[in-house]
Write a protein that binds this ligand. Sequence first.
Ligand SMILES: Cc1cc2nc3c(=O)[nH]c(=O)nc-3n(C[C@H](O)[C@H](O)[C@H](O)COP(=O)(O)OP(=O)(O)OC[C@H]3O[C@@H](n4cnc5c(N)ncnc54)[C@H](O)[C@@H]3O)c2cc1C
Length: 436
Amino acid sequence: MRRRVKGVTEVKPDFDLLIIGAGPAGLFAAIQCHVPGRRIAILEKNRKAGRKLLVSGSGQCNITHAGPVSEFLDHYGNNGEFLKPALRNFNNEDLIAFFRERNIELEEREDGKIFPKNRRAADILQVLLDECRRNKVSIFFNSGAEKIEYKDNLFLIKGKGGTFTSKLCLLATGGKSYPATGSTGDGYAFARQLGHSVVDPRPALVQITADPYPFNAIAGVALPDCAVSLWRNGRKFSERRGEVLFTHSGLSGPAALNLSRYIMKRDCLKLCFLPRFERKQFETDLLDSIRNRGRSLLKNLLGEFGLPKSLAEHLLFLLRIDLKTTANSLSKESRNKIVNALFEFEMPVKPSGDFNAAMATAGGIALSEIDKNKMESRIVPGLYFAGEVMDIDGDTGGYNLQAAFSTAALTASAIKRQWGKCSQEDNATAEPADER
Ligand SMILES: Cc1cc2nc3c(=O)[nH]c(=O)nc-3n(C[C@H](O)[C@H](O)[C@H](O)COP(=O)(O)OP(=O)(O)OC[C@H]3O[C@@H](n4cnc5c(N)ncnc54)[C@H](O)[C@@H]3O)c2cc1C
């Protein structure tokens, strides 16, 4: 299509905005960008949209978290600050309102996680698809983008679905985790082609593995309150408190998953199994119990402090203390060993290389090259980003989906502002219709 502007003939691009990726970030950006007359399309490599959204929260979709935005920022590792404008522009309450207005009932669990009341991720996806349809967003399925070029103020996107041109391009291709859902890290290659740097992607929200791993014998046991700290070169690097689940091959549960993004070679974890006790106070209480209940089995006594029986038994086994030991036959040395194990169980850990098991990707397109107030590239004008393709990853609890929706909403605000400006300029410069 061609039109004349100030006597120049220019090629009219196929679209005003082409979005790569029909995950929550891409779909929501398309919806929020809606302006009558603007042509918006999404290229999706899969046969269907939102495959990762469908498996989120084990298919129940923990869509966001309760609490003020100021508390959200702490849940994105070192990069929370980047998200401030996006979360201020569109926060958890805005997200809840968006879905409630579209007849999705949401409810908050005791731990602050917010889910659709019927626990169906598919319903969340359906709302996004219905809105896209209503806004006449074209979604091209089986149309994976393979190459993006930027030339003469236009994006040329080549791939399985053919070649498309667009004035603006939004990368919403997600990270690298769960590649079977379509998120295979393609966005990193596109960003590099366009001059961006990429922080090395690493699996995040993934179980922590250790070699040797001492807890396989109690796989399936969960400890609701455990303090997990990560140590590097003899110094505490980070700490999380919450549920830990012992699996057959590593530590899972929120406290462990949320630390996984930081783990590097030669790091070490320390587990405190009874964080609600001060160590000194516990030692005194344990001595009192031993004095008062000397004939009780030690493992039962430990259970009374809130330690699951199987974990108490397993710790005694690891410490080579006979399970039949009674409290009054415990030596001082063994008592010290037990207290040490309960408060500072040390375990060398290793970074997980398994993107197939990770729920998120740490690393991604470098944030220093993105304007956090617009989600626009500082290198290529008209190139925008939304969602996990950027170097952002959140804790488990709804923080990743909120980031995808919030960055998409901020991108959309910036794009609409740009279109507003273009329309004014077009009106000011285009020749009157009757003179064409
Ligand atoms: C098992 C699991 C459970 C999770 N549970 C939760 C949860 O309960 N709460 C939460 O907040 N977060 C959860 N997450 C994380 C959350 O799902 C992601 O952070 C979120 O989906 C990211 O959205 P996105 O749109 O940025 O990327 P994605 O959802 O990854 O979507 C990217 C899309 O881009 C497409 N694409 C990729 N490359 C191309 C290409 N070259 N051309 C065209 N299309 C392309 C992909 O096919 C995909 O459809 C979970 C993740 C997993 C794996």
